[in-house]
Design a protein around this ligand. Structure first.
Ligand code: GTP
Ligand code: MG
Length: 395
């Protein structure tokens, strides 16, 4: 399966610009709200150091690519329509937005840190980006709460059949992809009584928020950081203790787009995500000056932030790890290090085998950690960047 990262945020923050820069697509970008109506889905990548050089191999990726020893593993990126306050009641593009959101595993909340767009995405000056961060969380929570409350009502109407509350709630919240066991964990972690009918409004709200945080983990992409106003806001907000629960990444989607364009036109050499690039052609003075400005920016912020935001979402917040199928003996039927899989946090050797193929999983005998040549059992939790050969009766 391919993981899906959703780009969310109010209109005009730069979601489509970031989407285009990351995927090199051509979705319309515009300085007016609701430029994007249908979500666009594209292929983006997250980086991990390739394991092939450690084994003196040169890799041949079956998907994605490898540049200078950096593996680019594909993920799906979804450019979702702008969200305005009241969307859960149908404002703006309302429910359309919420349906698109359901299909994502993790969110990158793109926030216009320049403060030059108001809460509805119209041009203004001096808007506090904190209002946007708050509103998006509140909007998502309100939407979860609506659905949770319907679940509680259904539970109430089924009292005669004495159902387990977590079963009814998980069914009601099924669009969010949460199992009865996970709901129960969230209820217990929130220190709530397991009987939904005893919950008051505050407790319902708390539970909705906890379920939202668990099913839609989020990174803040502080966009438009190429402007002075955004850098001032960054100083204040990224260190604000009120937002300790969030991961912030400074981003200039414009800079990434310019560098990708330059690389495509063969005037610069740039590996996405890096904090430097090389100009390889004679350029008009104006263009060169523009690139020099970007050079200063990527030097100071350690890249344009586009790759970094996607990677923070996938590795830091969602907790995925990259795992390479290996060969302990160094013999490869289809070429070395063709694949690199993203697996959920806590994935075991046996789960990895199932990911390769259900038959391989069913015949699982043991794994071999190719770095140490040691056997690993079915329940061994794999590390990030593990290189594992699976030994199975069905090979
Ligand atoms: N300075 C600066 N401007 C940016 C950056 N990214 C986007 N913009 C500008 O912000 C405006 C809105 O960009 P879009 O990508 O269309 O925004 P959106 O979030 O997709 O908007 P909707 O589709 O309406 O929800 C455009 O004028 C972009 O050129 C950036 O990194 N820096
Ligand atoms: Mg857009």
């Amino acid at each position: 399966m391919s993981y899906r990262i959703g780009l969310v945020g109010k209109p005009s923050v730069g979601k489509s610009t970031l989407f285009n820069a990351a995927t090199m697509n051509d979705v319309p970008e515009g300085a007016y709200p609701f430029t994007t109506i249908d979500p666009s889905i594209g292929e983006a990548y997250v980086r991990t150091p390739c394991a092939a050089p450690e084994f003196d191999e040169s890799c041949q990726p079956s998907v994605g690519m490898c540049q200078n020893g950096t593996r680019f593993v594909p993920v799906k990126l979804v450019d979702i329509a702008g969200l305005v306050p009241g969307a859960h009641e149908g404002r703006g593009l309302g429910n359309q937005f919420l349906t698109d959101l359901n299909e994502t595993d993790v969110l990158v909340h793109v926030v216009d840190f320049s403060g030059k767009t108001d809460i509805e995405g119209e041009q203004t000056e001096g808007h506090d980006p904190r209002a946007d961060i708050d509103f998006l969380e509140e909007e998502l929570d309100a939407w979860y709460l609506d659905i949770l409350e319907k679940g509680v009502q259904r539970f109430e109407s089924k009292q005669l059949s004495d159902p387990d509350p977590e079963d009814i709630l998980a069914e009601q919240l099924s669009a969010f992809g949460i199992s009865p066991a996970e709901i129960k964990q969230v209820i217990l972690a929130a220190d709530l009584d397991v009987a939904p009918l005893s919950w008051d409004d505050d407790e319902n709200e708390r539970l909705a928020r906890d379920v939202r945080k668990r099913t839609k983990p989020m990174v803040i992409a502080a966009n438009k950081m190429d402007t002075a106003a955004a850098q001032d806001n960054w100083e204040e907000i990224a260190t604000d203790p009120a937002y300790e629960h969030l991961t912030f990444v400074p981003v200039s989607a414009h800079a990434e787009k310019a560098l990708k364009n330059g690389a495509e036109q063969d005037v610069i050499e740039y590996t996405p995500g890096e904090s430097s690039f090389e100009i390889t052609a004679d350029l008009p003075a104006e263009k060169e000056a523009g690139l020099e400005q970007i050079r200063e920016f990527v030097g100071e912020f350690d890249g344009t932030g586009v790759q970094q935001a996607l990677e923070a979402a996938v590795f830091d917040v969602l907790g995925l790890k990259a795992v390479f199928p290996g060969s302990a003996s160094g013999t490869w039927s289809k070429g070395p290090f063709r694949d690199c899989f993203l697996l959920p946090e806590g994935a075991t050797a046996e789960e990895f085998a199932y990911q390769l193929h259900s038959d391989i999983g069913e015949g699982f005998l043991h794994g071999i950690d190719c770095r140490s040549d040691r056997q690993v059992g079915a329940d061994t939790v794999l590390d990030d960047r593990a290189v594992v050969e699976v030994i199975s009766t069905n090979q």
